[in-house]
Every structure is written in C-alpha cells, then in structure tokens.
Design a protein around this ligand. Structure first.
Ligand SMILES: Cc1cc2nc3c(=O)[nH]c(=O)nc-3n(C[C@H](O)[C@H](O)[C@H](O)COP(=O)(O)OP(=O)(O)OC[C@H]3O[C@@H](n4cnc5c(N)ncnc54)[C@H](O)[C@@H]3O)c2cc1C
Length: 366
C-alpha cells in the first residue's frame, strides 16, 4: 500500500491526512508537540472550504459545532456606521453550493483529528522533523530524536515557520507590523451576534462574531504595533469599547506572511497550508486554502502516479493561492486607510450593489 507521511498536525496537516486516507493509502502524521491541538479562537470558513468538508462527509459536524452567520457586515470603526454587507443566507448558499460557517478552531481541529483516527491515520506526537530527503521515488523524514520515517511522499504542513520550506525557498516570514489580540468568552447578554462584523479603522480593525451555537463571543482586535489596546481603540465606536474587556491580554499574535512562490515540490516532498502560502488573515482564508490544498492533492494523487500528481498539484494550487495571498495584503490596506482614502473607501462601500458578488465569486466559487 502507498504510504504518505504528513509533517504537522494542524488543520492543514490533518485535512491532508484525512483526504489521503480516503484514497486508500496508509497515512502517518508526525507532530512535534506532545499533544494534538489548536491555540486561538474562531475561524471563518467560506463556502470554498465548506464544499470540501461536505464532500468529505464532515460538514454536518462542523455546522453543529459552529454558527451559520446571517451576514458579513463591514462597519466604520470610528462611527460604527454600517458601510456594506454580504448576505450569507439561502441565496448565498445556493450560489456557492455550501454555507459560510464560523467555528472554534479547536472544534474544527478536534473533528478532523477524530475523522483521521476513524479513517485509520496513524497519529504520532513528539516528532520534530528537521529535514526530508527524497530519492528513488521514496521520501524520508529525519526527526530531531534521530528517528527516520519513510514513505512514498512527504506532505510538509509544518506551518508559517516551516523548517521544510527552507529546503525549497530561501525566504523568511515578513512582518506586516500589525498585531492581533484575540479572545473568546461566554456570550455576554447585550451583544447582537447574528452577523460576522468587521469594524474598519485607521491602522486598526476589530472583528466580532459568535461561536458554538451562540454560546461564545469571539473577538479579534488588530492594530499597527507597538501600542496598547485601550489607547488604539479608545477613539472608536461604543460597540468596540464594549468588546475590549473580553479580549485576552496575556498573548498576542504578530501578523506575518510571505510573498507567493512558484515551487512547492521537491522530489517526493510537497508543501501544503501555511508552509506553502502563509497569508495575512484579512480574507479569512488561510485554513480554507489549506483544506482546498488537501482536496486537490487527494484528487490528483488518486491515480497513484505521485510524480504526475505532485506536478499537477503545484500547477493548480500555486496561482490560486498566490491570488489569495496578494489580495489579502491589498484588502488589509483598504481596511486600514485614514483621511481622504477612508472617506472614499466608505463611499464606495456604501454605494456597493448589495446583490453583487463580483468581489467574492473568484474566491468562493468553484
Ligand atoms: C488572527 C488570525 C485569524 C485567522 N482567521 C482565519 C479565518 O477566519 N479563516 C481561515 O481560513 N484562516 C484563518 N487564519 C489562518 C489559519 O489559522 C491558518 O492558515 C491555518 O491554521 C494554517 O494551518 P496549517 O496546518 O497550515 O499550519 P499550523 O496551524 O501552523 O500547523 C502546523 C503544525 O505543524 C507542527 N509543526 C511545525 N513544525 C514542525 C516540524 N518541523 N515537525 C513536526 N511538526 C511540526 C506544529 O506544531 C503545528 O501543529 C487566521 C490566522 C490568524 C493568525
């Protein structure tokens, strides 16, 4: 039986492992941490990802663990005024063949982990893969403890700081200068959370939505650092002020990405997820694109010819994810403008045709 090694047990690695197990292969996931898990808060999943989850038979569980938001709303962070929205109701679901779901990332991770276990994937902890060698149609993952795992292919899903990407590309993560504070808490009584709301401000933004069937409030506050939350968002609208106390203070995340690259494959090793295309989170697509990667790699490799499959995977996925990476940077710039640009942005958003899907068809469509 063909053997697949997956390095990294994040959402991308587990999605890849589950999809590969579905093609009848023997799959082993090598994760450096002592336990499988996810740190962080909510995750938005566009229909481009939920279509894949549906095809894998996992969507019902994800929806049951999450929330189907009514709308994606953009507000001005200073005034609170609604600028535009995207209706996520029945018309949206019909157009894209799947819903927009928000889910706690640890819930999605747990569903994927359970699905992998059920599909016979071997899940191995405490294995830090330092390098991969590949020759003669085989690949070997060399771990820090001296152990070596061998398979037909290695899927490198080792995240933004990927050690294995360095074997292909001599680049480093780029710091956008922005930091994110996140937080989840039991939903306070006085929050309206039917929508995903993004408040757009000068060099800052704030996102709010509900998780776990409406039990939890999820928030993300992003600003150009260094700075202090209360000072940065002090001049913003009352709804943001109300949400600030519920953010975690003990941890924050620098917003890093890397520019797109054209090479993801070296012999029998292929990059996937953030290791391949780390992006800023403004389009809420990092995990979605990792899920798409996993699906395409499984489709292309189903025939069994790995060399052809890896080449096709790279050819299909590189342009798609490059567009998402570069658009995410641009989208962030549009969100964070001030002065005249803010006036113009707001006017464009206000006058947008609410029934138009021009800006999202390329992303959410098939
Ligand atoms: C603030 C914020 C909000 C976001 N919101 C969204 C959103 O709404 N929607 C969305 O789709 N995406 C979102 N993202 C992006 C998303 O979180 C990531 O793109 C996604 O989690 C990447 O998954 P991954 O499996 O590729 O990488 P990771 O989650 O980084 O997983 C990598 C795994 O590999 C392991 N590992 C690393 N190195 C090694 C090694 N050498 N050997 C063995 N194991 C190793 C790690 O321990 C980890 O388990 C957001 C990101 C941020 C920062």
């Amino acid at each position: 039986m063909s053997e697949v090694l997956v390095v990294g047990g994040g959402i991308g690695g587990l999605a890849a492992a589950f999809a590969q197990a579905g093609t009848g292969r023997s799959v082993r996931v090598l994760e450096r941490s002592a336990e499988f898990g996810e740190v962080g808060a909510g995750l938005q999943l566009g229909p481009n990802a939920t279509r894949v989850l549906a095809a894998w038979g996992l969507l019902d569980r994800v929806v049951a663990a999450g929330v189907l938001p009514r709308r994606l709303v953009f507000r001005d962070a200073l005034t609170g005024e609604e600028l535009t929205h995207l209706d996520l109701g029945e018309g949206f679901r019909e157009r894209y063949g799947a819903p927009y779901v928000v889910v706690h990332r640890s819930d999605l991770h747990a569903i994927l982990l359970d699905a992998c276990a059920g599909a016979g994937v071997e899940l191995v902890n405490g294995q830090y893969v330092e390098r991969v060698t590949t020759e003669g149609g085989r690949a070997r993952a060399h771990c820090a403890d001296g152990s070596v795992h061998e398979g037909d292919v290695v899927v490198a899903a080792d995240g933004l700081q990927s050690a294995l990407r360095a074997q292909l590309v001599p680049d480093q993560p780029e710091d956008s200068g922005y930091v994110a504070y996140r937080g989840t808490c039991s939903l306070p009584g006085d929050f309206d959370t039917a929508d995903v709301v993004a408040y757009l401000g000068p060099e800052c933004h704030f996102v709010q939505y509900a998780l776990r069937g409406g039990e939890l409030l999820n928030q993300v506050a992003v600003f150009r650092g260094p700075g202090e939350l209360e000072a940065v968002f002090g001049g913003c609208c009352a709804d943001i002020g109300k949400g600030l106390p519920y953010l975690w203070r003990d941890r924050h995340w620098p917003m890093l990405d890397r520019p797109p690259v054209g090479t993801w494959v070296q012999g029998r090793m292929a990059l996937l997820g953030d290791a391949a295309h780390p992006m800023l989170q403004y389009l809420a697509q990092g995990a979605c694109q990792a899920i798409e990667d996993a699906h395409v790699l499984a489709e292309q490799s189903a025939g069994g010819d790995w060399d052809r499959a890896l080449a096709a995977y790279q050819e299909i996925r590189v342009p798609r994810t490059a567009r998402v990476q570069t658009t995410a940077r641009l989208w962030g710039d549009i969100w964070h403008v001030d002065g005249v640009a803010r006036v113009l942005r707001n006017e464009l958003f206000r006058t947008r045709d609410l029934s138009s899907h021009t800006y999202v068809d390329w992303l959410y469509g098939s």
